[in-house]
Design a protein. Structure first.
Lengths: 246, 247
C-alpha cells in the first residue's frame, strides 16, 4: 500500500512535466473552444455555457485518457519491480494511476477558476454528483488497467491501438457537442458507454441541474461494476505468470 | 529448531518459443502458423528445508537454476508443482538497488527503496542516519544518484537492505561490487546477524561460502546433487567442474 505514495516521488523530479500535463488539456480546450464557439458555432453551442461544458468534459476525458494509458503501460515500465523483487503487482498498477488523479485534481482548480470568471454557480447536489462521477471514472480507469497492464506485456502494440480507440471514444462521447445534436433514438445507445454517460450527465447536472433517472443510474453503475469485476478476474488470471513474460 | 523455509517437490518449466510474439499483429499472423516452443526444465523436483537462523548457501554453475529457485522463494515466479512454505518475513529482493532512480538524490532513493522493501515512513525516519552511516556516503547523500559510482549505489542499496529488518534474506551475488573495506563491513555484518536471521546466500565466491554458510546445496541442471556441510559441497563442486574441464 505504501509503495504507491512513494512511487510518485519519481515524477516530482520534473516540474515541467507536471506543467505540461496541465497545459495539454488546457490548450486543447482553448483550440476547441475557439473553433466551436467562434468559427463554426453550430446549433446548440451558441449558448453562453458552452465553454464551461467543454472544459468540464474535456478535463474528465483527459483524466480517463491519461489514467488508462499510464495504467496500461505500468507493469512494463516498471518491469524491474516485477522481475527482480516481489511487491504485490496491483500496487504498481495503482500507483501509476495516481499521477493522472493528481493532475485531474489540479485541473479542478482550473475548472473552479473558469466557473468563477463566468460567475456561474452550480447547485450543490450537482457538485456532489460531479465528485461521485469522478470516483466512477477512477473505477473505470482501474478496471481497464487491471485488464490491460498484464496484456500490454504480451502485446506491445496495444498502446497504439488504444491511442486510436481513445480518439474514437472522445468523439463518441458528448464532449465537444451536446447530446441533443444527435437524433434522440441513438441517445440510449450512446449512454450505454459509461464515459459518455458520465460526461453527459455531469454537464447536464452542473449546468442545467438536470439528473438521470434512478434506472439509468442503476444500469450505469451495473456496467461499471461489471467492468471492475472483469478487471479483477482477468488480473487474477494473468498475474501469476507475469514475471516470466516480461 | 523451527523450519524457516520448506520446499517440497518444486518444479519449474519455462516455455521458450521459437519466435517471440510481442504484438497483437504478430499474434494474429501466428494464428495460422503453429508457433513451436521448447521446454526448458529450470528446476526439477527440488526439495529441501532450511532452519531458522541458518546461513544456507546455494552453489551451482550458470544456468543451473539458482536464480529461478530464489525467484520462487521470493514469490516472483510461481512453481509449476510442489509447494513452498515460508515462516517469517522474507526479503523480497534479489538484486541490490532495485527501484533506485538515478534522477533522484541519494536521500530520496533511500526512502523509495526502503518503501519497496516494506518499511513505513516512520521506521525510515528513525533509521535514516544509521543507514547512511553504514553506507559511508554522508557527504554524497543529497547528490543525484547518477553521479554515484556503481560501487557507491550498491553500498547504499545494501545498507538499506540490511536495515529493512526482514527475517529471511535472499542474497544473489551481492558482494561482487564494492571495495575491500565495504566487503569487510559486509562480512562483519554477516557475522553479527549469523544465527539471528535466516540467510540464503548465492555466490561463486567459494571462500566466502566456506566462511559463512553452515550448509549448502549443490544444484546441477535444475536438480539437487547434494545438500551437506558447506566444505563438502564446495569440494564436490570444484571436483565436478574440473571433471567437466577435462572433457
Amino acid at each position: 500500500m505504501l509503495a504507491k505514495t512513494d512511487f510518485k516521488l519519481r515524477y516530482h523530479g520534473s516540474v515541467l512535466g507536471y506543467l505540461w500535463a496541465l497545459l495539454k488539456p488546457l490548450l486543447t480546450f482553448a483550440i476547441l473552444n475557439f473553433v466551436f464557439s467562434s468559427v463554426f458555432n453550430p446549433r446548440g453551442t451558441g449558448m453562453d455555457t458552452y465553454s464551461l461544458q467543454l472544459l468540464v468534459s474535456l478535463m474528465m476525458f483527459y483524466f480517463f485518457a491519461e489514467g488508462t494509458s499510464a495504467g496500461m503501460s505500468s507493469l512494463l515500465l516498471k518491469s524491474q519491480l516485477v522481475t527482480k523483487i516481489y511487491v504485490p503487482r496491483w500496487t504498481i498498477i495503482l500507483s501509476s494511476t495516481i499521477n493522472a488523479t493528481l493532475i485531474f485534481l489540479m485541473n479542478l482548480v482550473v475548472i473552479v477558476f473558469f466557473f468563477a470568471i463566468k460567475g456561474f454557480m452550480p447547485h450543490l447536489p450537482a457538485i456532489l454528483m460531479f465528485f461521485v462521477f469522478s470516483i466512477f471514472i477512477y473505477i473505470i480507469i482501474l478496471s481497464f488497467s487491471l485488464i490491460t497492464a498484464p496484456l500490454y506485456v504480451k502485446f506491445r502494440d496495444l498502446s497504439m491501438i488504444w491511442e486510436v480507440l481513445l480518439m474514437i471514444i472522445m468523439y463518441a462521447s458528448p464532449i465537444i457537442y451536446p447530446l441533443v445534436t444527435i437524433p434522440a433514438k441513438y441517445h440510449q445507445i450512446i449512454l450505454l458507454n459509461p464515459l459518455a454517460f458520465i460526461i453527459h450527465f455531469t454537464k447536464e447536472s452542473l449546468i442545467n441541474n438536470h439528473f438521470a433517472t434512478p434506472i439509468q443510474y442503476l444500469i450505469f453503475s451495473g456496467i461499471v461494476l461489471a467492468g471492475l469485476a472483469l478487471g479483477i478476474f482477468s488480473y487474477r488470471k494473468f498475474i501469476p505468470k507475469i514475471a516470466e513474460e516480461i | 529448531m523451527d523450519i524457516a523455509i520448506k520446499v517440497e517437490n518444486v518444479s519449474k518449466t519455462f516455455r521458450i518459443p521459437h519466435e517471440k510474439v510481442s504484438s497483437l499483429r504478430g499474434a494474429a499472423v501466428n494464428l495460422f502458423r503453429s508457433g513451436g516452443y521448447e521446454e526448458f526444465k529450470a528446476l526439477d523436483d527440488v526439495s529441501f528445508e532450511i532452519k531458522k537462523g541458518e546461513f544456507f548457501g546455494i552453489i551451482g554453475r550458470n544456468g543451473s537454476g539458482k536464480s529461478t529457485l530464489l525467484k520462487i522463494l521470493a514469490g516472483i515466479y510461481q512453481p509449476d508443482n510442489g509447494n513452498v512454505q515460508i515462516d517469517g518475513l522474507i526479503s523480497p529482493f534479489l538484486e541490490l538497488g532495485i527501484g533506485f532512480n538515478p534522477e533522484l538524490s541519494g536521500r530520496d532513493n533511500v526512502y523509495l527503496n526502503a518503501t519497496v522493501l516494506g518499511m513505513t515512513k516512520k521506521q525510515i525516519n528513525e533509521k535514516f542516519d544509521s543507514i547512511v552511516a553504514f553506507s559511508e556516503l554522508e557527504r554524497f547523500i543529497d547528490q543525484k544518484l547518477n553521479r554515484y559510482s556503481s560501487g557507491m549505489s550498491v553500498r547504499l542499496a545494501f545498507s538499506v537492505a540490511v536495515h529493512a529488518n526482514r527475517e529471511i534474506l535472499l542474497m544473489d551475488e551481492v558482494l561482487a561490487v564494492g571495495d575491500m573495506n565495504f566487503q569487510k563491513k559486509c562480512y562483519e555484518y554477516f557475522n553479527e546477524i549469523k544465527g539471528k536471521k535466516t540467510i540464503i546466500f548465492v555466490s561463486h565466491d567459494m571462500e566466502s561460502m566456506k566462511k559463512f554458510c553452515d550448509r549448502a546445496l549443490l544444484l546441477q541442471n535444475g536438480k539437487i546433487v547434494k545438500i551437506a556441510e558447506t566444505k563438502m559441497i564446495v569440494d564436490k563442486y570444484i571436483q565436478e567442474n574440473m571433471a567437466i574441464d577435462k572433457k
